[in-house]
Ligand binder design. Structure first.
Ligand SMILES: Cc1cc2nc3c(=O)[nH]c(=O)nc-3n(C[C@H](O)[C@H](O)[C@H](O)COP(=O)(O)OP(=O)(O)OC[C@H]3O[C@@H](n4cnc5c(N)ncnc54)[C@H](O)[C@@H]3O)c2cc1C
Length: 489
């Protein structure tokens, strides 16, 4: 069965897809939305996020926005090539236009457009505020919609549902590959429905908004490596994102962008069925692997700025698991329960050797680790859980830089922790209109990417910017695609 009665075809129904679809409709287009999930699970990652936006007010992104993106640009880009990034895109050499990098023009566009996207969302009845977080201290400013990502999906989804003449949503429909015409322009997308029924959506504008590949173990093994066997999506929504958007675009020649070997990592309790069951109290205790050994500085800085690196190191441990270990002094940290979103009780014991047995770690190593750590906690004054306090270990490798106090007063507690995958960083390169750039540095006519499909992150995630990326790039794509439907050719 073929369909050819849509101006714009949107793949995916999260914040990026819904923002794209509605903006296209607001500009006069009739829109098809293809969504792998059934209706009551639509919304991918967006459905489960608290959706913090890195903003200092409704009118501006955080002070550190562009600096953090620059600092998180990864590797060592060739200065002879990236120096031309300050030029307008048309004046840049093709080698730069196709280069995978944190594109300062795109980041500046996201910063400019984020307040407009926020105001646009408020038009659907969504309210933003400075909401409580699961960090006891934070290094930047964040706002969020009241009701989180689910509120976004419900409000935008209701708008779509109320306008069947403008939108048709195809649930349980997975996009598979793109159709190109003889001139290299987009001519549609092939999809598969229940019972392996094939369906072709023919049209000149396709917006890929189908998330990353966090739900695709084959791509994760290829790009992240063998330790990827120990990670899993942080929420149910991530399981639907199996990388077709990225793969389809690459297969028609898109330039890759974003760090394919990396992803936004969060430390979670593997036993929990809660959404995003993060364990972020570990900086007040120590981390050991299942051989009973420490492997990292548990407190290199504010936890919101460093937990991702720590989570990656947990993935790198022999079985991809660690334990956060505490004594009774954890209770001296006011409000610490907000930092643990797993509702499964910790492993508890009266002595450290009983704790080792209950955790099923090598008891000899574990007791030696605890002894070495406790002896290295030489300073005792000045503990301040709300800021980096410089209370560090002495003569211990790896050292613990802050909040280092002996772990010696029972009862003892431990939470198991694994590294979860919030979303992958590898995607495709887009311009400031969310048009997909090919490996020659030119646009692929009619092809757009929004949200996680548009790669902008390297190494470390600039926190609280992914929903914003989805809303902004979705709106850019939807607006441009709707205008393009009337263009000749
Ligand atoms: C628990 C949690 C907390 C988070 N916290 C924050 C935060 O505070 N701030 C922040 O900025 N970000 C946060 N994130 C990340 C952020 O939510 C996502 O990166 C963002 O919402 C992604 O939006 P998207 O539209 O690109 O993808 P998604 O919302 O994942 O939507 C993709 C959609 O595409 C569908 N799909 C996938 N493949 C296909 C296919 N082949 N065909 C058809 N449909 C397909 C999926 O079913 C899904 O509905 C968090 C994520 C999670 C899970």
């Amino acid at each position: 069965m073929d369909r050819d009665d849509f101006d714009v075809i949107v793949v995916g129904c999260g914040i990026a897809g819904l923002s794209a679809a509605i903006t296209a409709q607001e500009n006069g287009a009739r829109v098809a939305i293809l969504e792998r999930a059934p209706k009551d699970e639509r919304g991918g990652n967006t459905r489960y996020t608290e959706s913090f936006w890195r903003m200092k007010s409704e009118d501006a992104v955080s002070e550190d926005f562009e600096d953090r993106f620059a600092a998180n640009a990864g590797g060592w880009p060739d200065p002879g090539i990236v120096r031309d990034a300050v030029r307008d895109r048309e004046d840049q050499p093709a080698v730069l236009r196709a280069l995978g990098m944190v594109d300062p023009n795109l980041i500046a566009t996201i910063a400019d457009e984020a307040p407009k996207a926020l105001k646009w969302l408020k038009g659907f009845g969504i309210k933003f505020d400075f909401l409580p977080l699961y960090f006891l201290s934070q290094s930047t400013t964040r706002m969020g919609p009241i009701g989180g990502g689910l509120a976004l999906i419900e409000a935008l989804g209701a708008y779509v549902d109320a306008r069947p003449e403008d939108f048709e949503v195809f649930y349980e429909t997975g996009a598979r590959d793109l159709i190109l015409d003889d001139d290299g322009a987009i001519a549609g997308v092939n999809a598969v429905r229940r019972a392996n029924k094939q369906i072709a959506f023919r049209g000149r504008n396709v917006i890929l908004a189908s998330g990353g590949y966090q739900g695709n173990q084959e791509m994760l093994s290829r790009y992240v490596g063998p330790q990827a066997q120990f990670i899993r999506p942080v929420s149910r929504g991530g399981h639907y994102n199996r990388g077709e958007g990225v793969r389809m675009a690459l297969s028609v020649g898109a330039a890759p962008c974003g760090d394919f070997s990396s992803f936004h990592a969060q430390p979670v309790d593997p036993r929990s069925t809660d959404v995003e069951p993060v364990v972020l109290n570990y900086s007040y205790g120590i981390l050991v692997n299942d051989a009973g050994q420490r492997f990292t500085d548990e407190a290199p800085g504010m936890v919101d700025a460093t937990y991702e690196e720590v989570a990656r190191l947990i993935m790198a441990q022999p079985h991809g698991i660690a334990f956060a270990v505490f004594d009774s002094k954890l209770d001296e940290v006011e409000n610490w329960p907000v930092t643990v979103r797993s509702r499964v009780p910790p492993i508890q014991a009266e002595s450290l050797s009983e704790l080792a047995n209950a955790m099923d770690v090598d008891a000899r190593n574990f007791l030696a680790t605890m002894d070495a750590y406790n002896r290295a906690c030489t300073a005792s004054d000045g503990f301040d859980p709300l800021q980096t306090d410089g209370l560090s270990t002495t003569g211990l490798a790896p050292r613990k830089s802050h909040w280092a106090r002996p772990i010696s007063q029972g009862p003892f507690r431990a939470w198991p922790m694994i590294c979860s995958n919030c979303f992958t960083f590898g995607g495709v390169k887009i311009d400031e209109r969310a048009r997909v750039i090919n490996a020659e540095g030119d646009t692929i006519p009619g092809l757009y990417a929004a949200g996680e499909v548009a790669g902008i992150y390297y190494r470390v995630y600039t926190g609280a910017t992914s929903v914003m990326r989805g809303a902004v790039t979705g709106r850019l794509a939807g607006g441009d695609a709707a205008l393009r439907r009337n263009a000749p050719g």
